[in-house]
Design a protein around this ligand. Structure first.
Ligand code: PGA
Length: 255
């Protein structure tokens, strides 16, 4: 019922030329896979060229962030209306945004409302840090983040968006979470929070990805968990062969 979604978060990598080269190398293979949705999230400046290179394919494009205001005196920021037409998705609240740029659940919530206003689907990232994990606070942390991010959104909006569960200690470290453990956080804590805030149908509709050192070698183990609806991929999304293999492996397990 929930179509798996594998999204590549390129972070601050790739020039415009390199970004176009990467999508050209992947587009034929990715477009041939029906049962999995693929998304690439380049930097803002590469969005137009990447969108162009993917025109006419089923591969979706996402931004990595945006501001919530419509326009105005916000030096260095990008408005939601400027992204409309260039991409379908926008990652909101990635832990690197929270850690290095001071993003809060309240800000993520404003951005989620602004995204829907402009027809963009948020991919909302949540996850605990190592200390919280070791203190047994994971469920509480992700519940608080999910509750804060979804404030005031309608059932339909929540059912249509994507949540990425990304334990911070697993991001870029090569230490991926154990698939069964990630599936428990996703199925019990996150889907449970959505069910409490909305209802069971909404909780069953929302797609929830895993993120944090997911790669071609471990993706099948994550996708073997029915509660995990795909992955938000950093490092392994920067090479055509590994990203394509992740989407193919997902199709093999779930297609
Ligand atoms: P990683 O990053 O796959 O390089 O760990 C994931 C993410 O931050 O989205």
């Amino acid at each position: 019922m929930r179509k798996p979604i594998i999204a590549g978060n390129w972070k601050m990598n790739k020039t415009i030329a390199e970004a176009v080269e990467l999508v050209r190398a992947m587009r034929r293979d990715l477009n041939a896979i029906e049962s999995v949705e693929s998304v690439v999230c380049p930097t803002f400046i590469a969005l137009p060229a990447v969108a162009d290179a993917l025109a006419g394919t089923k591969i979706a494009v996402g931004a990595q962030n945006m501001f919530w205001a419509e326009q105005g005196a916000y030096t260095g920021e990008i408005a939601p209306g400027m992204l409309a037409g260039l991409c379908q998705y926008v990652i909101l609240g990635h832990s690197e945004r929270r850690q290095f740029f001071g993003e809060t659940d309240e800000g993520v919530n404003k951005k989620a409302h602004a995204a829907f206003k402009h027809g963009l689907v948020p991919i909302i990232a949540v996850g605990e840090n190592l200390a919280q994990n070791q203190a047994g606070e994971t469920d509480q942390v992700v519940r608080t983040q999910v509750t804060g991010a979804l404030q005031g959104l309608s059932r339909e909006q929540v059912a249509s968006l994507v949540i990425a569960y990304e334990p911070i200690w697993a991001i870029g470290t090569g230490l991926n979470a154990e698939p069964a453990g990630a599936a428990r956080v996703i199925g019990v804590a996150i889907r449970g929070a959505v069910a409490e805030l909305y209802d069971e149908a909404t909780a069953q509709a929302v797609r929830i990805q895993y993120g944090g050192s997911a790669n071609a070698a471990n993706i099948a183990d994550f996708m073997a968990m029915p509660d995990i609806d795909g992955a938000l991929v950093g490092g392994a999304s920067l090479k055509a062969d590994s990203f394509v293999e992740m989407v193919k492996a997902t199709a093999r397990v779930r297609g």
